[in-house]
Design a protein around this ligand. Sequence first.
Ligand code: ATP
Ligand code: MG
Length: 335
Amino acid sequence: MSKQIITVIKGDGIGPSIVEAAIQVLDKVGCNFDYEYVDAGLTALEKTGELLPQATLDAIARNKITLKGPLTTPVGEGFTSINVTLRKKFNLYSNVRPVISFKGTKARYENIDIITIRENTEGMYSGHGQVVSADGLVAEATSIVTKEGAERIAVFAFETARREKRKKVTIVHKANILKSTSGLFLKTAREVATRYPDIEAQEMIVDNACMQLVMNPQQFDVIVTTNLFGDILSDLCAGLVGGLGMAPGANIGTDCAIFEAVHGSAPDIAGKNLANPSSVILASIQMLEYLGMQDKAEKIRSALADVIATGDRTTRDLGGSFGTTDFTAAVLERL
Ligand code: ATP
Ligand code: MG
C-alpha cells in the first residue's frame, strides 16, 4: 500500500510550533505518513505575494487530507478570510468541533463531551455584504440558507451521532426571528430528524442554548447549527473545557478534509513558547479517526489525558508552568 500523504500548512503566529508538536506525536505512534509542506496566510504572502498560492490549493486537492495551523488574514481592504475561502473552494460543508473534559485542566466543568457541527459554507458567511448608502452610514449583509445545504449538514450530524453512538442531536436556530433563513434550516433539519428515530432530536433557540450551555452543559451531546451560530457556540464550548487551546476542528467535504485548531494565530503569545499544542494534537486525533486509524487516535488521546492530569507539566492556559516544547516532550515520553 502506498503511504498516505498529508498536506501540512504550518500557518502563522503560534501555528508552526503547535503543528510541529502534533507531527512529532503522529510520528511517535508510528503513523508513517509522508508530509507535503505548503504555505498559506502571511507566511505565503511574504514568500510569494499571495495569501493562498496555487501550489497550496493543488496540494490540498491532490492529497485530500490537510493538517493546518491557524492562518492570519490581513485586516482591511481586499482580503477575504483564507479559512472561508478554503472551506468554500473545497466545499468543506461540515465543521466538526468536539470538546471533551480532560481531568487536570482549570476548566469550570467536568464530564463534558459535546460535538458542535457547524454548517460551513452558507449563512451569514456567504460573503455578500456592502455599505449601501453614499454617506457610508448604512451597511447590509445577506445570509443565504438553502434546503440542500441545510439537509446535508443535518444528515451529516445525525449520521455522526449514529456512528459515534450518541443519543441526542440538538438543532440550534433562531427561527422565531429569522423566519426565512433560520426557519428553512429548522424545517429541513426537523424533516431529516424523522429519518433517525433511534436518535433523540431536540430544538433550541440560540440564545437559550447559550444560557443552557453555561448552566447545564452536560445535557448536550451533538449540536447542529448554521455557520455564525456554530462559530460562536463552538468557542463557548471550548471555554467550558479549558479554553481555545483544547479545541480542535475538522472541515469535512465529500472529497477533501482539513484538520485544524479552532483558534487563531494568537499573535499575543507567538514566539514565546507558551502556546498549548493540544488543539492541533486533538485535530490530528480527528484526522486519524477520519482515516480509520482509531487505535493510534486512542493512544494519543490517552497520553495527552495522562499528561494533563498530572497538572504541572502543561502550558499556562491549563494552569501548568511548561512551555509548548516541554509539554509536547511530556506527551512524547508518555507515548
Ligand atoms: P481569529 O480572528 O483568528 O479567530 P482571535 O482574535 O479570535 O483570532 P485567537 O488567536 O483565536 O484570537 O486567540 C484568542 C485568545 O486565546 C488569545 O489570547 C490567545 O493567546 C489565546 N489562545 C489561542 N490559542 C491558544 C493556544 N493554543 N494556547 C494558548 N492560548 C491560546
Ligand atoms: Mg476567534
